[in-house]
Design a protein around this ligand. Structure first.
Ligand code: GLP
Length: 261
């Protein structure tokens, strides 16, 4: 696992956007796995600025969704499909025809999950998967004790995650769905490059467990330790509980084993 400590969220966003731009220059039709939440917004802003300045071309890029609420109509403003359309696709000038995601309103949720896993594989797999992290260590919506081999499936949210996400529903927890579809941890691990961004003190415990704890289902993000190319980008707040912070800080580009983000 490569750990990069950046001064703030904005620089983390710029660093990751540059990695995405480099990927798109190499592979214009790359399949980008995107995440929701507040954390990745600086990435999308930095990538949008690159598109607008002509530094990168997203006209052939494809976008894959990580997770979705069950039962919210696609046009609900807080369905992750709507959020991604607003925050990623429209700013980057990518049409919905280049977008893939699970159907959170399907009558047969299990079949929709299997269909999404098959669609991801059929599209050649995700080239770069962006991830945030929940305060409980979840990635996507794989809550603690999710199988590390899991495939896309329905999950029940913990109370903590519903409390954390109530801010997107006018602070009203009763509006936050209980169930979600999420790419499984096994599905996520199939992406060619995983890039997790975590910012702020509130993520410090989850980041320490992810990077320095054992690989354990109780901290789903720790599964990144099993991936041959996983990059964890953290600001000083999120890095504040890392025992190896000094080792990680400022030294990453000088290591011969550095794979680049
Ligand atoms: C949600 C999403 C995750 C995201 C997490 C953290 O639960 N399903 O993909 O990583 O929130 O969100 P934030 O970045 O807003 O802290």
């Amino acid at each position: 696992m490569e750990v990069v400590i950046v001064p703030d969220a904005k620089s983390g966003g710029e660093l990751i956007a540059e990695a995405m731009a480099q990927l798109l220059r190499r592979k214009p039709e790359a399949l980008l796995g995107v995440a929701t939440g507040s954390t990745p917004l600086p990435i999308y802003q930095a990538l949008t600025a690159k598109v607008r300045s002509g530094a990168v071309d997203t006209s052939r890029a494809r976008i894959a969704q990580l997770d979705e609420y069950v039962g919210l109509p696609a046009e609900h403003p807080e369905s992750y499909r709507s959020v991604l359309r607003r925050e990623v696709l429209e700013p980057l000038g990518i049409g919905m025809d280049a977008f893939m995601g699970p159907d959170g309103t399907a009558e047969d949720v299990q079949a929709a999950c299997e269909a999404y896993d098959a669609a991801l594989a059929g599209a050649g797999g995700v080239d770069l998967q962006l991830l945030g992290i929940g305060t409980d260590g979840h990635i996507g919506f794989n809550e603690p004790c999710s199988s590390l081999a899991s495939r896309t499936r329905i999950k029940t949210l913990t109370e903590q995650t519903r409390v954390d996400n109530a801010r997107f529903f006018d602070g009203d927890i009763s509006q936050v769905p209980h169930h979600v579809i999420t790419q499984g941890i096994g599905t996520i691990l199939e992406a060619r490059h995983l890039v997790l961004l975590a910012t702020g003190l509130g993520k410090a415990d989850a980041v320490a467990a992810t990077v320095e704890g054992p690989v354990a289902a109780v901290c789903p993000a720790s599964a990144l330790q099993l991936h041959p190319h996983a990059t964890v980008v953290v600001d000083e707040g999120a890095a504040s509980k890392l025992k190896l912070a000094d080792y990680f800080r400022h030294t990453y580009v000088n290591k011969p084993e550095w794979q680049g983000i």
